[in-house]
Design a protein around this ligand. Structure first.
Ligand code: ADP
Length: 379
């Protein structure tokens, strides 16, 4: 009897233990499912594309924030599982969603008013989602159209900028055959200037392409900035002295070794200093490098030139923007320098700002992090 009771107690304990283990494993599975669901929801909530999960009768089981934004619907519309017709008004999308069987993937582009009333092209994709449900994905095509327009503008601008010196070069070379020999040196000098402008444009286009390439990264190395600055500024300060400008270089860094990509640093300083000298006809040009705080240094390039009109100030970092195209061309400018500078500064984790007093001069300030792995943010 004692033996029977002991066996019964053991069996009960074992059954109890098995039940506990089963429950634990169920709870673990449930937690994993919950975590997956949360991850999925977070992905959907951050998508730019609008996603609707629809039943066969077009009831809406789920709509992510982008979907509600694209069809200008309120989140409160989703409290009871509404019909799609209550959430979006576009008849073409409704007819498309209603007419398509749940087993196929189909796509259509529809024009519909955006939240601000302007026309918007939406790509609507319907795809099966199991259990007789369907996904409806909405993609706003205005962004791709904008990118495509920017690309076309860039190609058109670059071609125009290249055509100008090429046309001049061809014209000058043609003239060589028809003008007397004593005019040849002058023609050749002008041809050389245009060839140099072409070379600068090609260099800047390559520089810009690299600075904007998402796969390219600067390679920071520990660099003694003093000697590097002297080496970069050498020929530029010679040109400034030849113009009769006063120049000053001041480096006051607690630790003069910086973790920077020397090529990027050179491109940034060369462009800013060259602009300062090119745009200043009298007075001075100064370059300073100093600590801002423990984690940040500043490179400042200032001049007493004509300054920048506040009307064009917001545009000077745009590609191909030139305040005065004939002055810019005459001094070998391409209209790309500041756009390359801003891209590189951002890629180095820094930021750039400009202060200018028309008639009194300009100051460009580049702030760089001492640790490139900790970008400053902004600009
Ligand atoms: P550019 O080749 O024309 O110099 P940038 O991109 O370097 O092209 O500069 C864009 C424009 O910003 C210039 O055309 C000029 O109008 C203005 N700019 C830049 N730096 C200065 C400066 N130091 N003083 C006055 N204007 C400047």
């Amino acid at each position: 009897m004692t033996w029977f009771l002991a066996a019964l107690a053991l069996t009960t304990s074992l059954l109890f233990l098995r039940e506990r283990l089963r429950r634990l494993s169920l709870r673990h599975d449930l937690e994993q499912l919950r975590a997956k669901r949360e991850a999925m929801r977070s992905v959907l909530e951050h998508l730019d594309e609008g996603v609707f999960l629809l039943g066969r009768d077009l009831s809406v089981y789920y709509a992510n924030p982008a979907a509600l934004h694209l069809v200008a619907a309120d989140a409160s519309a989703m409290s009871s599982r509404p019909n799609l017709a209550r959430v979006l008004r576009n008849r073409q999308i409704l007819a498309f969603a209603a007419a398509i069987g749940s087993g196929e993937t189909v796509r259509q582009v529809v024009t519909t008013p955006a939240a601000d009333g302007s026309p918007m092209e939406l790509e609507v994709t319907l795809a099966p989602a199991g259990h007789n449900r369907r996904l409806m994905v909405l993609r706003d095509l205005r962004d791709s159209a904008r990118v495509e327009r920017k690309r076309r503008d860039f190609v058109a601008n670059a071609s125009h900028e290249l055509k100008t010196p090429i046309a001049a070069l061809v014209g000058l070379l043609d003239l060589l055959d028809v003008v007397p020999a004593e005019k040849h040196p002058d023609l050749l000098e002008r041809a050389r200037r245009n060839a140099n402008a072409l070379a600068s444009m090609a260099d800047d286009l390559l520089g810009l392409t690299r600075a904007e390439d998402p796969d390219w990264r600067p390679s920071p190395t520990l660099t003694a900035v003093g000697p590097l600055i002297d080496q970069i500024l050498g020929p530029i300060l010679d040109a400034a002295a030849a113009k009769g400008l006063q120049t000053k270089v001041e480096i006051s860094l607690r630790d003069p070794e910086l973790l920077v990509d020397p090529v990027c640093f050179e491109t940034v300083l060369r462009n800013l200093a060259q602009n300062a000298v090119n745009y200043t006809s009298a007075g001075d040009v100064e370059v300073r490098m100093r600590d801002v705080d423990e984690s940040c240094v500043a490179l400042e390039v200032s001049d007493s030139g004509p300054g920048i009109d506040p009307k064009i100030l917001p545009r000077i970092f745009e590609r191909f923007f030139r305040g005065d195209p004939s002055h810019s061309r005459a001094t070998g400018g391409t209209g790309l320098g500041l756009s390359i500078v801003r891209n590189l500064v951002n890629r180095m984790g820094g930021r750039i700002s400009v202060h200018s007093n028309p008639g009194r001069g300009s100051e460009f300030k580049v702030e760089l992090p001492r640790n490139p792995a900790r970008p400053l943010g902004g600009s």
